[in-house]
Design a binder for this molecule. Structure first.
Ligand SMILES: Cc1cc2nc3c(=O)[nH]c(=O)nc-3n(C[C@H](O)[C@H](O)[C@H](O)COP(=O)(O)OP(=O)(O)OC[C@H]3O[C@@H](n4cnc5c(N)ncnc54)[C@H](O)[C@@H]3O)c2cc1C
Length: 441
């Protein structure tokens, strides 16, 4: 069976690595960029290793990447973010983020009564008996919960931080999504870890595995721009060739799948997913020639809904000797602005707030800059997991394709959704191959 995977990000590479284990499958992975990785693309600059998207793994011991480690024989080292150095800032006061019971006791975010309430909520989530799973959204649950304002604010802020979204969007996250996500995270022994050495450690191994099979080819700088059905096979068109395949797997953001299938017989199947909104943030990465200060590993500004991670405090492999790598991320509201100039002004204001946060906690950073990268609109997740949006299923009824990526149905959020949907898509495709093989006997 000949398979094409379109997209060489984490999802496409994961699917290719799993499929490359099957002797009955050969294929081509098409990637339109000159390099692999997609939004997990990693590059070196002035001795710093920068990721386009960050490489924090939430709940490592319960994360799909741990299944992949065993099943695909991946090898990587990781390091836990120091929980005692994860801080929240509210109205100019710094306090430990209540990430576990020790920090919950220490934090100023909640008073004693509120701490008891929040601890009971965590216990209910862990026991899978929390009522939130029966509510359409977090906002509906909070409105009905009778909880104090600080507890409500904490729930919203937690969801903002883990889903990279504003409080308005946090209130729109479905209750069952929150219940499943925090059940996993609160049970984890390794809540926030970095893969030492960045995403490249993973993408390189997936690529090697695929190539070592001898059955898979890599087509870089070959964007797929057309698809048709002919003589029982699917013909993909790129700028330089046309190739026929038995199966097609899309491993790219849903918006790009919709675009590629426009004008084909399969366009109608994509209609329910056309209006999905993506999660977008502003990213402000700075590589510093010296450690200008290390007051904490992570500071989340509750007033302005932005955070700074001292990435090199956890992953020292990414910086030259004595260097420091800080990443600022600001959640963005996707309100429509009447004029482009209004949106520009909004983004400029967010940039100024971010710089003020750097000034406050990392004085001297401006003079120590060795590398700087600011992206005012980075896509963190191709489908924001809020009510009104619809994640793309791995199989869509009546459409003959497989779909994976962080906008597809799967376990977890962000990169875990890319990994888990790709792992499942490969599993379904192999099951279909086996069914076909039995039918041929
Ligand atoms: C700032 C930021 C911070 C993040 N932080 C984290 C984090 O800490 N932890 C975490 O787990 N996740 C994080 N993420 C999210 C994570 O990076 C993404 O979820 C993940 O990389 C998505 O992978 P993907 O394979 O689904 O999609 P993509 O990476 O978008 O891959 C799709 C690929 O398809 C290619 N493509 C598209 N159209 C075509 C075509 N027509 N033909 C050929 N190729 C095509 C694209 O070039 C791309 O390479 C972050 C993301 C950002 C932006």
């Amino acid at each position: 069976m000949r398979v094409a995977i379109i997209g060489g990000g984490l999802a496409g590479l994961t699917a290719a690595a799993y499929l490359s284990e099957q002797t009955g499958i050969e294929g081509i992975l098409f990637e339109r960029s000159p390099q692999l990785g997609g939004r997990a693309f990693t590059y070196e600059k002035a001795g710093f290793t920068l990721n386009y998207g960050a490489h924090a793994i939430y709940g490592l011991d319960r994360h799909t990447i741990s299944n992949m480690e065993k099943e695909l024989g991946l090898s990587f080292a990781s390091r836990q973010v120091d929980k005692r150095k994860v801080m929240y800032e509210k109205a100019n006061r710094l306090t430990p983020a209540p990430l576990d019971f020790v920090n919950l006791v220490k934090t100023d975010i909640l008073n004693a009564k509120e701490k008891v309430r929040f601890a009971a909520e965590i216990a209910a989530i862990i026991a899978n008996i929390h009522q939130i799973k029966n509510y359409a959204t977090l906002g509906d649950y909070l409105a009905d919960s009778g909880a104090d304002e600080h507890v409500k604010e904490l729930w919203e802020h937690l969801v903002c931080s883990n889903f990279f979204i504003t409080p308005e969007d946090a209130r729109q996250v479905p209750g069952h999504v929150i219940s499943a996500y925090y059940h996993n995270l609160f049970l984890s022994q390794r809540p926030v870890n970095y893969i030492l050495g960045s995403w490249a450690v993973i993408t390189n191994q997936l690529k090697l595995k695929m190539e070592a099979s001898g059955r898979w080819q890599l087509a870089l700088q070959e964007g797929v721009d057309g698809l048709r059905y002919e003589d029982g096979r699917y013909v993909l068109k790129t700028k330089t060739r046309e190739e026929a395949f038995d199966k097609i797997m899309f491993a790219m953001p849903v918006q790009q799948v919709v675009k590629l299938l426009k004008g084909t017989p399969w366009e109608p199947f994509m209609a329910p997913y056309e209006n999905n909104r993506a999660t977008e943030v502003m990213v402000y990465d700075i590589g510093l020639s010296r450690v200008v200060g290390r007051p904490f590993s992570y500071i989340s500004d509750m007033n302005h809904k932005m955070f700074i991670t001292d990435v090199s405090a956890t992953d020292h492999t990414l910086v030259p000797e004595e260097g420091q790598l800080l990443q600022g991320i600001a959640y963005l509201s996707d309100d429509s602005f009447p004029e482009e100039a209004d949106r520009k002004a909004y983004l400029e204001a967010r940039t100024a707030q971010m710089e003020a946060l750097f000034d406050k906690h990392y004085p001297g950073w401006r003079e120590a800059i060795a590398v700087k990268r600011v992206s005012k609109k980075a896509m963190v997740q191709s489908v924001k997991n809020v009510a009104g949006n619809r994640l793309l299923p791995i199989r869509v009824e009546s459409a003959p394709f497989y779909f994976c990526g962080d906008g597809c149905e799967g376990k977890g959020e962000l990169a875990e959704r890319a990994f888990s949907s790709a792992r499942r898509a490969a599993e379904l495709l192999v099951a279909e191959l086996n069914k076909y093989a039995v039918g041929m006997r």
